[in-house]
Design a protein around this ligand. Structure first.
Ligand SMILES: [Zn+2]
Length: 234
């Protein structure tokens, strides 16, 4: 194997690590946002549960108001009955009272149902509160780990970039320039191992002359199909 290829393989491993570290750095804002939106969803859930509880309580209050009004109305009818002289008028009021009493019973049934709704809503709020609290702990922990990783990433990247500079300084500039152009184009690697007469990266069958060329230590042979630098394992 050509010395330059040997050096380039080491450089490529370093470049791949740099690429990975940069991607991890770039992904940080998005991942942070994902964590934070998870928490926001929990907060929304709690706000909704609290809103439902308030509505159920307001419903009870409204029903109690209506029941009070109906009772006052009944009292009014009774007062009128005391003053009325005709039997028909008395009976008519008695009918009104019965209707109002029926309405009160209906309202009381509704109030009972609303009280049950309040109990259910209270349980939902409590459940939401405890799940929000544990989510908050989880999120805080994740963000902390994240901040630490973030700080570590910067240092790791700087170290790798220093290492890369030293490696690149040792490599023949022509080979280096070609490698760099290829590496910038390829998502994974710029150098491919020849195995059983095929390119190890794109897996296409190479021509016999290409294989012969790739074996020569001091020539640079590129895969006809994917353009990667070819080499043989020593
Ligand atoms: Zn190839």
């Amino acid at each position: 194997m050509a010395k330059a290829i040997e050096q380039l393989l080491v450089l490529q491993a370093c470049d791949q690590e740099i690429r990975r570290l940069r991607k991890e750095t770039d992904d940080i804002p998005l991942r942070k946002q994902q964590i934070e939106s998870r928490l926001a969803a929990h907060k929304d859930g709690q706000a909704q549960a609290e809103h439902a509880l308030l509505e159920a309580k307001a419903q009870i209050k409204r029903l109690e108001g209506e029941i009070d009004a109906a009772r006052q109305q009944i009292q009014k009818f009774r007062d009128q009955q005391l003053q009325i002289k005709s039997n028909d008028g008395y009976k008519a009021l008695e009918k009104e009272i019965a209707t109002a009493q029926g309405a009160i019973r209906g309202l009381e049934d509704q109030e009972l149902a609303a009280m049950e709704t309040v109990e259910t809503a209270k349980e939902a709020v409590a459940g939401r509160q405890s799940s929000l609290a544990s989510e908050q702990v989880r999120v805080d922990e994740e963000l902390k780990t994240f901040a630490e990783r973030n700080a570590g990433l910067g240092e790791e990247l700087k170290r790798k970039e220093d290492e890369r500079r030293q490696l690149a300084a040792e490599i023949d500039p022509t080979w280096l320039a070609r490698y760099e152009r290829l590496f910038a184009k390829q998502r994974d690697a710029a150098i491919a191992l020849v195995e059983h007469g095929t390119c190890g990266s794109c897996h296409m069958k190479l021509s016999p002359s290409q294989v012969v060329e790739a074996r020569k230590p001091d020539t640079l042979t590129l895969c006809d199909f994917c353009g990667r630098m070819l080499y043989f394992a020593p």
